[in-house]
Design a protein around this ligand. Structure first.
Ligand SMILES: [Fe+2]
Ligand SMILES: [Fe+2]
Length: 321
């Protein structure tokens, strides 16, 4: 029988859990065919599919700017970046499939709003500088989170993260290079960079998730070696790196309470969590439009899925003969 506050399912034993946790303790990776608690599998599918959806929906805000890039160099960089995000979605959907999730089920959960994706991608991209600011801050925040997840106990997730992080590093660098250039450019460029920072700073802090006290899944996922740091710890790392660099670039961070404590940590003012939840639920921002765009892309791709199925059926029929 399941005990209160226990993650042991009715068909699992305390001994199985102890052996599983001992493996994690020894630093072993858990692989797809290994025994694992049902709750570990369920939480990982939730996390990895949510992460995959974020990569795929994350192509939309920046993709809108490909045709308006100011130079061929910036355009080719942006095209490569958006294409990378599609690849990240693919690695992650595959990682979730190793746990028994199906592609159809995950896509359906996204399109019917049963699954979440990162709140950050429901914000509009208002100017070209947003592309640079997303690279610097959003990819920068993603790297902090993903570097932590590269050490996760589930092998397929951890290995996907190692590969993704190296590409995110390029995304981060191109964004920083662009914003630093504009911050030191003409008055119009400086204004564009500052305006982008004003709009993206707080959403970037929020995308690292609710404060630890409001993050119910953190406890068991850190015990099982998936989340090796809490949301607030990752957010602190992000601010400590980015606040001094943004200031050094000559920009103003839109937080009057921001300051560096004696211990070296940069402290932020209160975060507007009402906005965070409203954006995640699609009550504010572009949630409806983003999903409508994904739905249209899914519908447009129906013939590809049908053709693949017909090809597979034919191959099977030939093999059976
Ligand atoms: Fe990515
Ligand atoms: Fe990225």
């Amino acid at each position: 029988m399941t005990q209160p506050n226990s993650h042991i399912a009715p068909n699992e034993t305390a001994e199985q859990h102890a052996a599983f946790e001992a493996r994690i303790e020894r630093g072993e990776k858990i692989e797809a065919g290994d025994w694992m608690p049902a709750e570990y599998r369920r939480q990982l599918i939730r996390m990895i599919s949510q992460h995959a959806h974020s990569e795929v929906v994350g192509m939309l805000p920046e993709g809108e700017w490909i045709s308006s890039a100011p130079t061929l160099k910036r355009k080719t960089i942006l095209m490569a970046k958006v294409q990378d995000e599609a690849g990240h979605g693919q690695y992650l959907y595959h990682a979730a499939e190793t746990l028994g999730a199906t592609r159809e089920g995950m896509i359906d959960a996204l399109l019917t709003r049963k699954a979440k994706y990162s709140s950050i991608f429901n914000y509009p991209t208002m100017s070209w500088a947003d592309v640079g600011m997303i690279g610097w801050l959003v990819d920068g925040a993603a790297i902090k989170n993903q570097t932590m997840l590269a050490g996760a106990s589930y092998g397929p997730y951890s290995r996907a993260m190692v590969r993704i992080c190296s590409e995110e590093t390029f995304h981060h660098k191109q964004g920083k290079e662009m914003i630093v250039a504009y911050a030191q450019g003409t008055p119009a460029q400086r204004e564009m960079a500052q305006d982008a920072l004003n709009r993206w700073w707080w959403p970037a802090l929020m995308m690292l998730g609710p404060h630890d006290a409001d993050s119910p899944n953190t406890g068991i996922m850190s015990k099982w070696g998936v989340k090796l740091k809490t949301n607030d710890e990752v957010r602190q790392e992000f601010i400590n790196e980015h606040a001094p660099e943004l200031l050094e670039a000559g920009l103003t961070i839109p937080d009057p309470d921001l300051h560096q404590d004696a211990d070296g940590n940069w402290k932020h003012g209160p975060i507007n969590w009402d906005e965070f939840w409203a954006v995640i639920k699609g009550e504010r921002g572009l949630g409806q439009e983003r999903l409508a765009t994904r739905q249209a892309a899914h519908d447009d791709g129906a013939w590809v899925r049908e053709a693949l199925q017909a090809y597979t059926d034919r191959q099977r029929a030939v093999a059976a003969d």
